[in-house]
Write a protein that binds this ligand. Structure first.
Ligand code: GLA
Length: 402
């Protein structure tokens, strides 16, 4: 009897050692996440700390009713301020007034609509809004998130004092994997420690490359405490130049969440914002109130042809291929060999902009079909270059298909 028991123990031990390791880089649990840039919605840009169960539920409903779900948006992400304290055992506690049925109920509701559930925490002792952070509770929090059905964690970088960024995010990825639930890890370190150099290695699925976006066309301005910087949309775009080779399926540069629909830009500027995020293969995380979108805003966020550029399965990030003052050409290679192209006019008056085949990586004698992704219109065949008049603070976005 005793011998049989020992044999059984030995067999179990052998099986366990042959099982895939959980908690190491590239484990089966998280390796196939975010093969195209994540799409969803996040509470911060519009609502900041004003989050509640009721609001999140109604936003999830709106994601379905508005057609955003059909367009590919999946994650409903609660940013900072859902958490208030920890209990005597260190378990993280949601605000009982704002989330009266607890976080699992919110996750269950989101899942019942065929959507996915995201939460926010911070690698330091406190979040940026001063709520309890994850430091020292990584494994405990990961188990809790998994029990709530969390699918996506945005992990911020406030109050981290002397912590090492790479080690901190590797630790959180290991904790998430050990929970046994596949959870997207969104590294929100603002680019300070160049996360594009190590984000993939530590199992990050996306990493912020800059400070926070502001709902305006351009420019940088310092925060009230003198630190740098709140970025206009184009200030963020400029900081993406040179980072394109670090992105690919499962690991994306994140130029921050969308401001489309929040009121600080014109519709034409929002169209440019959305187009540029698509050519950058950026996560498309809407940040507006989905419950009362104007038709123009709805049509920007659900433009299937622009979204297809972002979600192209090759997973190549586009790059700036030409610039002359405020006139620019951006291009992104797509899986079928064609190129998505943006003619961007940052100037104050209408301008003529040309994308030459040479800049797109094609021989100049090739004939290619050009399609306008905002007019939803084939423009015909072109050889050597494509030119268009582009309004002030606007883009023309096309595909060029030889
Ligand atoms: C930081 C992040 C923002 C947001 C806030 C929340 O500033 O970069 O995206 O999550 O914290 O406090």
């Amino acid at each position: 009897m005793k011998i049989r028991f020992l044999f059984l123990i030995a067999v179990i031990g052998l099986l366990a050692s042959a099982a895939p390791a959980i908690g190491q880089d590239n484990t089966p649990i998280s390796k196939d996440l975010a093969l195209t840039p994540p799409m969803g919605w996040n509470s911060w840009n519009k609502f900041a700390c004003n989050v509640s169960e009721e609001m999140i539920r109604s936003m999830a409903d709106a994601m379905v009713k508005s057609g955003m779900k059909d367009a590919g948006y999946r994650y409903v992400n609660i940013d900072d301020c859902w958490q208030v304290s920890r209990d005597a055992n260190g378990n993280i506690l949601a605000d009982p007034q704002r989330f009266p049925h607890g976080m699992k109920a919110v996750g269950d509701y989101i899942h019942s609509l065929g959507l996915k559930f995201g939460v926010y925490s911070d690698a330091g002792s406190k979040t940026c809004a001063g709520r309890p952070g994850g430091l020292g509770h990584e494994y405990q929090d990961a188990i809790q998130y998994a029990a709530w059905g969390v699918d996506y964690l945005k992990y911020d970088w406030c109050n981290t004092t002397t912590q090492d960024a790479k080690a901190s995010y590797a630790n959180m990825r290991a904790a998430l994997d050990a929970s046994g639930r596949p959870i997207v890890l969104s590294i929100c370190e603002w680019g300070t420690a160049k996360p594009w150099l190590w984000g993939k290695e530590v199992g990050g699925n996306l990493w912020r490359t800059t400070g926070d976006i502001s709902d305006r066309w351009a420019g940088e301005s310092k925060w009230p405490d003198g630190s740098c910087c709140s970025n206009g949309m184009l200030a963020i775009v400029d900081q993406q130049v040179g980072l394109e080779s670090y992105a690919g399926p499962g690991h994306w540069n994140d130029p921050d969440m969308l401001e489309v629909g929040n009121g600080g830009m014109t519709d034409s500027e929002y169209r440019a914002h959305f187009s540029l995020w698509a050519i950058l293969a950026a996560p498309l995380i809407a940040g507006n109130d989905l419950r009362d979108m104007r038709p123009e805003i709805h049509d920007i966020l659900t433009n299937n042809e622009v979204i297809a550029v972002d979600q192209d399965p090759l997973g190549r990030e586009g790059e700036r291929v030409w610039k002359d003052g405020g006139l620019e050409v951006w291009a992104k290679q797509l899986r079928d060999g064609s190129r998505a192209v943006i003619l961007l006019n940052r100037e104050g008056t209408e301008q003529q902009i040309s994308a030459s085949w040479e800049n797109l990586g094609y021989p100049s004698n090739v004939s290619a079909s050009v399609r306008d992704l905002w007019l939803h219109k084939d423009l015909g065949k072109f050889t050597g270059k494509f030119s268009a008049r582009v309004a002030s603070h606007a883009v023309v976005m096309v595909t060029v298909r030889p």
